[in-house]
Write a protein that binds this ligand. Structure first.
Ligand code: SF4
Ligand code: SF4
Length: 372
């Protein structure tokens, strides 16, 4: 059966498959409890510590976990998206029901069910821990899993199943050299504050997600974090791109991804900032799904990136966005104009202040005028 599952998974596009027991992951519970400030959002609603660390909360009849690896670095990523959209997001790696990766997950699930097994994946599986225990890779100091020969540009799916399988064992150790801390040095926010320790609340990727679309993701991003987000509007790759173990992958000569090439001009920041609902649904959502389902969060992130660009050409689009019907968009556009500064930004902010009725936006406009 293990062989049959492996063959089917590889046939539908996964790159590696492993099996482990459905025992809990006590180290994960310990780590989350130890760092509970950064993970307080896990204790809300459906997503609770016990759920994350024990596969039997996902599926009471679970005997094993099937772990699937997908290598998402098979085509070249456009240079224009570097520093703007994380590779995992560009590769559409998230399980939207009608998306490619979602279909892949559905197919493997149906395959397992057709063999008489119960399968569970929600509310959450400890995917990285399961991958390590199934021998498919090991943690790097940047908290990503390194798959032998692939590096860390991989997606991991883990499914609790009622079938009992022989656990797979480690193929090869990934180890971080004792004197390497490039990932920690590369993290602009200090989110990666020690080897194997990351505070999601300070992570650019986490902050870029939509509040309500991803548990714990903030609607409002603290000003000091906005500055450190630089040009990122979805995700962040710094701590992976800096890693010596990923350099061979980064230097590969690959065929450009035609879909992404087509998307490049459509993801111009001013265009995103002032897009309408149709543009969001028909164009932006093709790429930006997973953790951002609402237009205003892409607009917020585009405003931040434009502000951080310091480019005077952004003043026009940002001034226009001061009229947006969403408070969030007006607020972040005001912040961005303050960051760019100059006479034109000041004039736009003063005009907006006269017509603004929302307190939070008014406060942001005033703060922006102070630094203009
Ligand atoms: S994804 Fe970016 S912000 Fe988050 S830990 Fe890595 S380098 Fe830091
Ligand atoms: S940059 Fe160095 S310390 Fe960080 S994950 Fe890579 S090898 Fe490990």
């Amino acid at each position: 059966m293990e062989q049959e599952i492996r063959e089917y998974a590889l046939e539908i596009g996964f790159d590696d498959v492993g099996f482990t027991t459905a025992d809990p992951f006590p180290q994960l519970t310990e780590a989350l409890v130890e760092r509970k400030e950064g993970y307080s959002w896990i204790s809300d609603g459906l997503l609770q510590l016990a759920h994350v660390a024990d596969p039997k909360f996902v599926l009471p009849s679970a005997c094993s976990i099937v772990v699937l690896i997908y290598d998402y670095y098979k085509q070249a990523y456009p240079q224009e998206f570097e520093g703007r959209i994380g590779k995992a997001y560009q590769s559409r790696l998230y399980p939207g029901k009608k998306r490619l990766f979602g279909s892949r997950l559905r197919l493997i699930r149906e395959f397992l069910e057709s063999k008489g097994m119960e399968v569970g994946v929600r509310p959450a599986m400890a995917e990285r821990q399961a991958a390590v225990r199934a021998g498919l890779g090991n943690f790097g100091c940047n908290t990503f899993i390194y798959s032998p020969g692939r590096g860390s540009y991989i997606g991991i799916a883990a499914m609790a199943v009622s079938g009992e399988f022989e656990p797979t064992t480690a193929k090869k150790e990934h180890s971080c050299p004792d004197d390497c801390h490039r990932c920690i040095d590369a993290c602009p926010t200090g989110a990666l504050y020690a080897p194997y320790k990351m505070d999601p609340l300070r992570c650019i990727a986490f902050n870029s997600y939509g509040a309500g679309n991803f548990p714990g993701a903030p609607e409002d991003i603290p000003p000091e974090m906005r500055v450190k987000m630089g040009g990122w509007i979805y995700g962040c790759d710094h701590c992976q791109d800096a890693c010596p173990h990923n350099q061979a992958r980064l230097k590969q000569k690959l065929v450009p991804d035609a879909f992404l090439q087509e998307m490049v001009p459509r993801f111009d920041l001013p265009l995103l900032l002032n897009m309408d609902d149709q543009y969001f649904l028909n164009t932006v959502q093709q790429l930006m799904y997973g953790y951002i389902w609402e237009k205003k969060f892409i607009q917020r992130n585009a405003a931040i990136a434009l502000g951080n660009s310091g480019d005077d050409a952004a003043v026009g689009p940002l001034s226009r966005a001061l009229q947006d019907h969403q408070d969030l968009v007006r607020k972040y556009s005001a912040w961005a104009l303050g960051r760019i500064g100059g006479g034109k930004s000041r004039a736009a902010l003063e005009k907006a202040l006269a017509g603004e009725s929302e307190d939070a936006v008014t406060a942001e406009i005033r703060a922006a005028l102070e630094i203009c």
